[in-house]
Design a protein around this ligand. Structure first.
Ligand code: DQA
Length: 142
């Protein structure tokens, strides 16, 4: 089982950005937490983060050529705007779980639209960092 954890714009700023919404733990803390979990379950995991939409498309395409079994994706703000990410996920046909640290449904109206949700096999919202662990487990048990 080989999983890619892909994070979009501003998620490298975890711990600094809006701590009331996203908490005080950092992106490195997040990666370490997921890595430890995957190690304990014998799941191979890789991590990518970018602030650029095209880079995220490239990483999704690479996941196809590198034969990943699943993608955990938090597209950040591109969730609400990006047809390109939706098309990339459709192109590769790798099961993807969409994760949002915050409960996007309880926030501004513009956050309630998700293009990625149209292809995601599951969407997890508002469970904090634990949402990523739930996503990994969902993909590995699938
Ligand atoms: C987010 C929610 C998005 O609306 C926001 O733009 C983010 C993070 C989340 O994890 O809660 O960057 O995806």
């Amino acid at each position: 089982m080989k999983i890619l954890v892909l994070n979009g714009p501003n998620l490298n700023m975890l711990g600094v950005r809006e701590p009331d919404i996203y908490g005080r733990s950092t992106y490195t803390d997040l990666i370490n937490m997921i890595k430890d979990h995957c190690d304990s379950k014998g799941i191979e995991v890789s991590f990518k983060q970018s602030n650029h939409e095209g880079d995220l498309v490239d990483y999704i395409q690479q996941a196809y050529f590198e034969k990943y079994d699943g993608i955990v994706i938090n597209p950040g703000a591109y969730t609400h705007t990006s047809v390109a990410l939706l098309d990339a996920l459709k192109a590769v046909s790798i099961p993807a779980v969409e994760v949002h640290i915050s409960d996007v449904d309880a926030r501004e109206e513009f956050r309630q639209i998700s293009y990625v949700s149209k292809i995601a096999v599951k969407t997890i919202k508002g469970h904090g960092f634990d949402g990523y662990i739930e996503a990994v487990d969902f993909l590995s048990e699938r």
